[in-house]
Design a protein around this ligand. Structure first.
Ligand code: DC
Length: 484
């Protein structure tokens, strides 16, 4: 499948360009903004406040959205009614921006968008396509223009239609929408690291279209020219409708289904406890570990909590679990591990949650939130990766820990291995005091997440000092004992 992602702020010309690019390259174009607009329209029609998640969520449960193409033009039917004629009204822009900030809305739209893109060669335009919806897109473009230029374009568009509008009000509106779209909690407007930035301020539409096509073609050429997908793309004629689907192979479907199944947590942990009886003593023998501050883990027993830990090896994923948690602590494990029938089953029984790495995995996030909201415990590696160097330095922290802790009001328990766990040697694991990020509760801003992540890091650093001091003291005692 060919997936092209075009993101950018309101009024950068994405939809005009994406439509033209899709037409010229024989791809299907999906206007994802229209989906948010259709959702907002449906809410407004039902008299629902578009910012009220509690009212919008039940509406979504009954909302059936169908995207169809009539004479090549995208139409969005909601519960059988074509909403398309109403979506471009001026007031709909603000309503769509507001409703798009609700996580429940995003999850539903993103599922639909991924499903759409999985069976066609597509160009999607939006705010979060490259960062969130299609993180593996073949080509990502981030299109911008100055706010003044975007307001100007909108002004010309509306005045050409005979509407009288105030240019300054349009500019203020665009600036406000930019702010809303880039500061929401889930999948904010942001340039993906691997997206190509295209500033269209001084470019005509045709120039932008030509530029995007040349970028896409270069990108597709960079990929294996012999791959079935690219050769199909080359064969396509401009007018050909592209409904070709590369269905997943049976094996891929099975693997995918296995992973999917594991997002449904089974919260009966008889098996975990059963295993613990055997594996804990075995581990204690193989990797004897001195647990310092176990009372800190006990202080949060029986309630939701997030344990953060540094991560050196495959061993330390389960080692602290058996040592500390009499009941399970859920850990996150890469989704590929669940593709194997036995491995997936085993991890599942241990309470592991799959996570598709390199992308924002909504299923995984939902699963973690459910665990914590239900009073469960999670062990997480805030670095998001293994420290292969084996040094005491920790990589930059991901914001996940802070997000989960704030959203579910879970205390955080910082834990730290002194060094990579070694076979038959004494290992040290320090469990620090639980702390809460309560000063940020209710604050979903990017700034709050950054500050909260800094605090998690600081607490881990403090535990580092404690464990180093502990081990230094131990060694000193040992040396003194030796001298005697
Ligand atoms: O592109 P547009 O103006 O039609 O989008 C309407 C609103 O929908 C916009 O303010 C932000 C939101 N949106 C989004 O959050 N994610 C997308 N992929 C597309 C649009």
């Amino acid at each position: 499948m060919i997936n092209i992602a075009i993101d950018g702020p309101a009024g950068a010309g994405k939809s005009t360009v994406a439509k033209a690019v899709a037409k010229q390259m024989g791809l299907t174009y999906l206007d994802t903004g229209a989906m948010y607009r259709a959702t907002a329209y449906t809410a407004l029609q039902a008299g629902i406040d578009v910012s009220d998640a509690e009212k919008v969520e039940p509406m979504l449960a009954d909302m059936k959205m169908d995207i169809v193409f009539e004479q090549g033009a995208q139409q969005i039917y909601v519960n059988g009614v074509n909403t398309t004629p109403y979506l471009r009204e001026h007031y709909m822009s603000k309503a769509a921006s507001d409703i798009s900030a609700l996580p429940c809305v995003r999850y539903k739209m993103v599922d639909l968008q991924r499903e759409f893109a999985s069976s066609r060669d597509v160009v999607l335009d939006g705010r979060d396509i490259g960062t969130f919806v299609l993180p593996d897109a073949n080509c990502k473009i981030f299109m911008t223009a100055t706010a003044e230029e975007r307001a100007n374009r909108r002004y010309l568009e509306l005045t050409e239609k005979g509407q009288s509008v105030d240019r300054d009000a349009l500019l203020a509106d665009i600036v406000k929408r930019d702010y809303n779209d880039s500061h929401r909690e889930v999948a904010p407007l942001k340039q993906a690291d691997d997206a190509i930035l295209l500033d269209t301020t001084d470019m005509s539409i045709q120039e932008v279209v030509d530029k995007v096509i040349s970028i896409v073609e270069d990108k597709l050429k960079e990929e294996t020219p012999s791959s079935a997908d690219s050769s199909q793309a080359e064969k396509k004629t401009q007018s050909e409708s592209v409904e070709q689907v590369r269905p997943l192979t049976r094996k891929e479907r099975k693997a995918e289904a296995r992973v999917k199944k594991r997002y449904k947590l089974e919260q009966k942990f008889g098996f975990y406890r059963f295993l613990r009886v055997f594996l804990h003593p075995l581990q204690a023998l193989l990797w004897p570990t001195k647990l310092i501050g176990l009372e800190n883990a006990e202080a949060v027993a029986g309630r939701n909590a997030i344990f953060t830990c540094n991560h050196y090896s495959k061993v330390d994923t389960f080692l602290p679990c058996f040592a500390i948690f009499k009941r399970e602590a859920h850990i996150l494990a890469k989704a590929e591990l669940f593709e194997n029938a036995f491995g997936g089953w085993f991890l599942h029984k241990m309470g592991a949650i799959p996570v598709r790495r390199g992308q924002a995995d909504i299923d995984s996030v939902k699963c973690v939130l459910k665990v914590l909201k239900d009073g469960g415990q999670l062990m997480i590696f805030p670095e998001g990766t293994r420290n292969k160097e084996g040094t005491q330095d920790m990589a930059e922290f991901k914001s996940g820990t802070a997000r989960f802790a704030i959203k579910t009001k879970s205390p955080v328990v910082p834990m730290l291995y002194y060094a990579p766990p070694k076979l038959f040697k004494r290992n040290y694991l320090y469990i620090g005091k639980p702390f809460e990020l309560d000063e940020f509760y209710g604050d979903r801003s990017h700034d709050a997440m950054e500050r909260a992540t800094d605090i998690v890091r600081q607490k881990m650093d403090e535990v580092r000092e404690l464990v180093n001091a502990y081990v230094a003291q131990k060694n000193q005692k040992k040396r003194k004992g030796g001298e005697k």
